[in-house]
Design a protein around this ligand. Sequence first.
Ligand code: SF4
Ligand code: SF4
Length: 58
Amino acid sequence: MRIVIDEDKCTGCAFCLFECPLPNKGIKMVKGKAKVKNDCEGCGKCIAVCTAGAILLE
Ligand code: SF4
Ligand code: SF4
C-alpha cells in the first residue's frame, strides 16, 4: 500500500507530517503542500489526521 496526496485538497496544515511515526518522516512539505517521500511505509496513520481528506491509500 502507498499513499497519494491530492494537492488540490491539501491545505498545508502539516498535521500529517507531525503524525508520521517514522524518524525521517514519510512526508515533506514543499511550497505549502505535502509530498510523499520514498521513506513512506504506507502505514496510513497520517490519513486519520488529514481533515481535508487529501490523503488516499492506493
Ligand atoms: S494533513 Fe492533509 S491537508 Fe494537512 S498538510 Fe497533510 S495532506 Fe495536506
Ligand atoms: S503512510 Fe505512514 S509512513 Fe507514510 S507518511 Fe503516512 S504516517 Fe508516515
